[in-house]
Ligand binder design. Structure first.
Ligand SMILES: *[C@@H]1O[C@H](CO)[C@@H](O)[C@H](O)[C@H]1NC(C)=O
Ligand SMILES: *[C@@H]1O[C@H](CO)[C@@H](O)[C@H](O)[C@H]1NC(C)=O
Ligand SMILES: *[C@@H]1O[C@H](CO)[C@@H](O)[C@H](O)[C@H]1NC(C)=O
Ligand SMILES: *[C@@H]1O[C@H](CO)[C@@H](O)[C@H](O)[C@H]1NC(C)=O
Length: 956
């Protein structure tokens, strides 16, 4: 069926129809298309006799003619899309014929489209995974909708549901509109992680029909959010002496990214005092800070902890926070009571207010009433010292007694000096600061010790405990006493020794000598004599390209053994670092952290060597230089690009399976997997094409996998997709146009219609015997046909006004009696290089016409009959022939069945002769037969028998 029509359609363009009708598809059976007879000017009343009919051959025809009125009507409802393919006009060519004389008329019926199909997508859902940092303008090919209707009822426009991030872009390719989803606003997974879009395809009908495609976009996370602490500063109170393991606080940071990009690890800052790490620990995972060592309010009353939260992204992002821990004092020390000037005997007549004792040099214990020894000889006085702490007051009891009996004597005593005092320094501990720059020999005068005793019992000498750096000299100032002087023996190096502890003993001259001591702490004061030193020899780091601004790259660290500003290190880029690098990176002068400042493009530059400098803040600063190596890692930010703008190739039809048609090539500037390109047929390539073509995913070679037939389709446009192998692959599509070239693979076909196989022998030369159509599915010379027949027969081919249609006509006189059958061999040859030809033999039979007279074998017959012969005796037989056949020959039926008896009476008259004379004229014999011997008055002389035998060519 389809073949028949494709044949007709191919045939169509070569034939210009005389009448053209237009009918919409799907109209119901019986509908009249037009009146052919009327439009051709044929006499309607003769149509039946002239056998008006469609001779196009199809048994399953869509059309029929009515012989009674000449109307062409729909026999079978037509679906245009089933009948014709594509957008061109859908025309059915009909060939009609009437006979006597033979006339061929061409009628073209164009089947027009109605909007009976709606656009439809090959799939109902399409899913994309798009990374957050995907550049704006990146496009993603969507499934295209198909509508079987032809223009203008084919797909006309696409509408995308409202979405702030995406818009639609339509690419008009040769045959269809291909929709693309285009990113117009950056995706933020933390704002919206999934986008549901609906694409609607509308056709050009009124009202339009539509089809929809659901699009789901899943946004893939990138590490673009730093962790954020739930508070800038955590403040918490902790009691001193809290047991080890006590939870101090739980810090909490959150990160709005996803997966590892949001998993957080906590750490204490790296620059805290050593002690802090011994006292507190921070759980990496939970953020709990716990007590790890002894907490003593009297030692430290507040701790300031720097804490850091980092995510596990690549590279990670981090946040800094602070925890302030206020230590609360608890009452863990008792008051101490020191009593001085205690007189434990009191006179009973002392006045109220008499001082009895001095407590802690702060309080006096005094009498407050009169005492009467005879009444109360003894008081136990309890002194209680209580601190204000909570909860337990500390009680200390001290007793002293008044003796009984009480005796009081006031005696004047000359007091001799005995060595009852030891020398003592005004301070038992002193600090001394000496600069590193001090030269050996430098002198440092110390405070002298004092001794209340006099003379030799007073301060006599000083001793310095063992020490390499200093020696002690004593300067005698006579009345003013002896003064110790420290003398520097050798250079001090603060970086080696920060403090030196000296122990000085002062001795008096008593026997035994009494002594006092002083501890001196010498603090060595720094000078800027050290350069900053980087803690690492090599700083090398890898970093993703396109890393967001602010991403930490690396933290350099230099230390300077000096103190204060001499040891404070600041960081900067080296002088030779160019402005381009300065735009890409930033170095934090304080922390040494290098961060991303601009857009890093691996494809532009894949590594950086940056000079940085660490300087101290001394008045004359010292500097150290260092190189930082940064390798930029590729991320998948480049789309594969086809090396050619377009691919158009020419291919012979019937190219064998496996033939390479063309090799496409796309390159991707990314590196590694991100830059490895694989090829595939585009998503929109339909199954028919997939059976015909394949693309080698690695090489990009497109090969033939099916049978390509120019006569079926002469042009293919296939979409090839090149994708990289990134985790989120990026892909590009390219159309490859394959033009199929005709090869001469179809032999001409010969169709014989209206063939009358019995031709009257009296036909005049030029009589039409048959109508010959020749066709060749090939095109060009391969489809150009010449047609011939052998020239030794009385037939010839007459070209018609239509190419490739001939009438077979007689070219001479025919004589059935000479030749009653002709085998006519038709040869159709195309003009291709490798000529293909078809031979068809038709057999023409020549039909009889009564053009011969029966002939007697002899005329006249002369014979003798003996007289007196016996009646009934066989006398003689005659024979006759006629070259014509059947009814044109003489009637052998009669001859066969008729036995003719002539009774002759012998009367002496030779009457029989007369009979024979009559019978001699064959044509008159029937007259004799019709008078069976009685119409002629003859005298019979006896019985005579004649057998009348006539021989036609079919007799005997
Ligand atoms: C497409 O999306 C619409 C709206 O969200 C929904 O009602 C419909 O079921 C979806 N169709 C398919 C095939 O998933
Ligand atoms: C941390 O903070 C986030 C956001 O406030 C909260 O959802 C989460 O439950 C907190 N986690 C803990 C362990 O407190
Ligand atoms: C720098 O190095 C010193 C010595 O190794 C170390 O104590 C300090 O914590 C480091 N600083 C940073 C910020 O890493
Ligand atoms: C593809 O093109 C690139 C760049 O022009 C070239 O280096 C490569 O060799 C080509 N590959 C093939 C298979 O032709």
């Amino acid at each position: 069926m389809a073949l028949c029509f494709s044949f007709l359609l191919c045939f169509g363009p070569q034939v210009s129809a005389q009448i053209r009708y237009t009918v919409p598809e799907e109209i119901k059976e019986g509908s009249v298309v037009g009146n052919i007879a009327k439009d051709l000017g044929l006499d309607v009343s003769t149509l039946v006799d002239r056998r008006f009919r469609i001779v196009s051959g199809s048994k399953d025809a869509f059309f029929q003619v009515n012989q009674n009125n000449g109307e062409l009507y729909i026999h079978k409802s037509i679906d245009r899309e089933e009948l014709c393919d594509g957008n061109g006009a859908c025309v059915v060519n009909l060939k009609t014929a009437v006979e006597n004389p033979l006339e061929i008329h061409y009628v073209a019926v164009e089947v027009t489209d109605i909007n009976d199909n709606h656009p439809s997508f090959s799939e109902q859902n399409q899913h994309f995974e798009i990374a957050e940092h995907t550049p704006l303008g990146t496009s993603f090919q969507l499934h295209a909708a198909r509508d079987q209707d032809a223009s203008p009822y084919s797909v006309r426009l696409y509408k995308l549901s409202q979405d702030e991030n995406f818009e639609i872009y339509i690419r008009n390719s040769d045959e269809e509109k291909i929709p693309f989803l285009v990113l117009k606003k950056p995706l933020d997974r933390e704002h919206k992680s999934e986008h549901l879009l609906i694409l609607k395809a509308l056709d050009g009908g009124n009202p339009p029909k539509s089809g929809t495609l659901n699009i789901t976009v899943t946004v893939l996370d990138s590490n673009d959010n730093r962790p954020v602490f739930s508070q800038d500063t955590y403040s918490v109170s902790l009691q001193e002496n809290s047991p080890i393991g006590t939870t101090v606080i739980k810090i909490n940071a959150s990160d709005s990214d996803e997966g590892p990009n949001s998993e957080i690890e906590y750490a204490l800052g790296k620059t805290l005092k050593r002690k802090v790490y011994d006292i507190f620990q921070l759980d990496r995972i939970t953020g709990e800070i716990k007590v790890k060592g002894a907490i003593d309010f009297e030692d430290t009353d507040v701790y300031k902890l720097d804490v850091q939260a980092s995510d596990k992204g690549q590279p990670p992002l981090s946040a800094q926070g602070r925890v302030i821990i206020n230590i609360q004092d608890i009452n863990d020390n008792m008051p101490e009571i020191e009593l001085t000037s205690l007189s434990n005997i009191v006179a009973e007549d002392c006045k109220p207010g008499t001082v009895i004792a001095l407590i802690n040099n702060m309080y006096s214990l005094v009498t407050k009433g009169r005492l009467d020894r005879e009444l109360v000889p003894h008081y136990d006085i309890t002194i209680t010292a209580t601190d204000l702490g909570q909860p337990t007051p500390c009680l200390i009891n001290l007793k002293f007694a008044l003796e009984n009996p009480l005796e009081i004597h006031y005696v004047i005593v000359e007091i001799l000096d005995v060595n009852d005092h030891a020398p003592s320094f005004p301070e038992s501990q002193m600090d001394l600061e000496i600069g590193e720059s001090a030269l050996p020999g430098a002198r440092f005068q110390l405070q002298a010790a004092r001794d209340s005793d006099s003379g030799s019992n007073s301060v006599h000498q000083y001793k310095l405990g063992h020490n390499d750096n200093f020696r002690l000299e004593v300067k005698d100032r006579g009345e003013d006493g002896k003064i110790p002087v420290l003398i520097l023996q050798k250079h001090l190096d603060r970086e080696l020794t920060r403090t030196i502890n000296l122990h000085i003993t002062a001795l008096d001259g008593g026997k035994p000598a009494k002594s006092g001591t002083m501890d001196i702490t010498i603090n060595v004061i720094d000078i800027n004599d050290n350069v900053p030193v980087f803690t690492k020899d090599i700083y090398s780091v890898m970093l993703n390209e396109n890393a967001p601004i602010g991403t930490p790259v690396i933290q350099v660290n230099a230390t300077d053994c000096d103190e204060g500003s001499n040891g404070e290190v600041v960081y900067s880029f080296g002088k030779n670092v160019n402005s381009k690098v300065r735009k890409l990176f930033d170095i934090n002068t304080i922390t040494g952290e290098i961060t991303v400042e601009g857009l890093l493009d691996y494809e532009d530059k894949d590594s950086y060597e940056i000079d940085i400098q660490a300087s101290d803040k001394g008045t004359v600063p010292h500097r150290t230089d260092k190189k930082i190596l940064i390798d930029v890692l590729d991320i998948n930010d480049n789309v594969p690009i086809f090396t050619k703008e377009s691919y158009t190739v020419v291919l012979n039809e019937n190219a064998p399976v496996g033939t390479t048609i063309v090799q496409v090539n796309a390159t991707d500037m990314d590196d590694g997997q991100n830059g490895q390109v694989v090829y595939a047929l585009g998503n929109n390539v339909n199954n028919n094409l997939r059976e015909l073509f394949q693309v080698n995913p690695v090489t990009g070679e497109i090969i033939v996998t099916g049978v390509l037939d120019f006569e079926v389709k002469d042009l293919y446009e296939i979409d090839i997709q090149a994708s990289d192998k990134g985790i989120v692959p990026l892909a590009t599509d390219k159309s490859v146009i394959i033009k199929i070239v005709d090869v001469n693979d179809n032999a001409p076909e010969i169709e014989v219609t209206s063939f009358s196989n019995a031709i009257p022998e009296d036909s005049r030369p030029g009589t039409t015997v048959a109508l010959i159509s020749v066709t060749d599915l090939d095109s060009g010379l391969n489809g150009k046909i010449s047609c011939s027949i052998s020239d030794d027969i009385p037939f010839k081919l007459m070209p018609s006004s239509h190419d490739n249609i001939y009438s077979l006509v007689t070219s001479g006189l025919l004589d059935r009696e000479t030749k009653f059958q002709y085998d006519i061999t038709l040869v159709a040859k195309d003009a291709g290089q490798q000529t293909l030809s078809t031979i068809k033999t038709i057999t023409a039979l020549i039909s009889d016409v009564n053009d011969n007279i029966p002939e007697f074998s002899f005329s006249p017959y002369a014979f003798y009959v003996m007289e007196n012969n016996v009646p009934g005796k066989f006398v003689f037989s005659v024979s006759a022939t006629d070259k014509d056949s059947n009814e044109n020959s003489f009637d052998f039926e009669i001859v066969k069945t008729f036995q003719f008896h002539v009774v002759a009476a012998d009367s002496g008259t030779p009457q029989w002769r007369k009979i024979l004379n009559i019978c001699k004229i064959g044509v008159l014999c029937s007259a004799v037969f019709s008078l069976p011997g009685l119409s002629v008055p003859v005298h019979l002389y006896g019985e005579v028998v004649f057998t009348w035998s006539v021989y036609g060519q079919d007799l005997i």
